[in-house]
Design a protein. Structure first.
Length: 323
């Protein structure tokens, strides 16, 4: 009885302990199987049943070197075509930019302007040409007179008056003053009974000669003064007239964007810039020439005073010029 009881107890203990262990072992075996299936490497080899893979492999194996070269050449051709397209696009953009620039400037101003705008532009061009002509001719004339003033020392160093006159050219202003003084002495000597004295008569004649040369130096300066004072207003008139027509054109077009306004208004403002470009050289040239004329006239008056002293009182002129 005891043996049976003990045997049954042992069997129960075995069942109680073995069942959980068995279940645990089975569960661990199932988990290991699942993991092995999950992490199993993918077989990349081509299976006989995979027709698509077989076709790809066959096509790849059938590609010859000539076909590969043709493929590379086609790629190079496409890249060249792309480069040509980019170059053509850049050329087209440059052409469009050049065309846009050609629509503005003096050419467009002349082409789009009416009779009054063109006439105003022509007037300013003529004024500028006259200004530069006067500047060049007067500078040449003044430079010659300044050279003659420097040569006056040689005149007084000569022993005789006639020899001194030969140091000047026939068209020299200083020679003309000297000849007028000599002629005044001869005229006075031919009229002995006159009440006017020789010094007074000689001073009048020499002053007249100097004033004649001074008047010749003033020729053209009035033109420079007129151009310098009027050309800005002429340019402003052209600007006002151009803006007026530009606003009319913008109103008719019905577009007031910056690209529509900037061109016509900018072209109109060119008139003001041209007017200033004409006026500035005229004003500067006028002031410069007046200053040089003053220097020349002072030299002539000093020479005339020396001639007066020499012809009226026998005093040798040009003492201040001698060393």
């Amino acid at each position: 009885m005891k043996t049976k009881f003990s045997t049954s107890i042992v069997l129960q203990l075995v069942l109680l302990l073995g069942a959980p262990l068995y279940v645990t072992a089975v569960y661990a075996q199932d988990t290991t199987t699942d993991v092995s299936v999950t992490v199993a490497p993918v077989d990349t080899s081509v299976q006989p049943g995979d027709s698509a893979a077989e076709a790809t492999a066959i096509d790849a194996s059938m590609v010859t070197p000539e076909q590969a070269t043709d493929g590379a050449a086609s790629i190079d051709t496409s890249s060249v075509a792309t480069s040509d397209a980019a170059a053509n696009a850049a050329t087209t953009a440059e052409a469009a930019t050049a065309e846009a620039h050609s629509q503005y400037g003096l050419g467009a101003l002349w082409a789009q302007g009416d009779v009054i705008a063109r006439g105003t532009l022509i007037i300013m061009i003529l004024m500028s040409a006259a200004t530069w002509y006067v500047l060049v001719t007067k500078l040449i004339q003044q430079q010659g007179l300044l050279s003659q003033a420097k040569a006056s020392r040689k005149f007084w160093e000569a022993k005789e008056m006639a020899e001194g006159l030969n140091t000047y050219k026939s068209d020299s202003a200083f020679r003309a003053v000297a000849e007028d003084g000599i002629l005044a002495v001869k005229q006075h000597n031919s009229r002995n009974g006159e009440k006017i004295e020789l010094p007074e008569w000689l001073a009048l004649q020499l002053q007249r000669s100097v004033e004649r040369v001074s008047g010749q130096l003033q020729n053209g300066l009035s033109l420079l003064a007129t151009v310098g004072s009027c050309s800005p207003f002429v340019g402003l008139f052209g600007t006002v007239w151009g803006i007026y027509h530009a606003l009319i054109a913008i109103g008719l077009a019905g577009q007031a964007s910056i690209d529509k306004v900037a061109g016509p208004v900018g072209e109109a403002l060119i008139m003001t810039a041209i007017g200033l470009a004409v006026a500035v050289p005229a004003v500067l040239g006028y002031n410069w020439l007046v200053r040089r004329n003053k220097v020349i006239v002072d030299s002539l008056r000093n020479f005339a005073a020396d001639m007066h002293a020499n012809l009226a009182m026998g005093v040798r002129g040009g003492q201040n010029n001698q060393a």
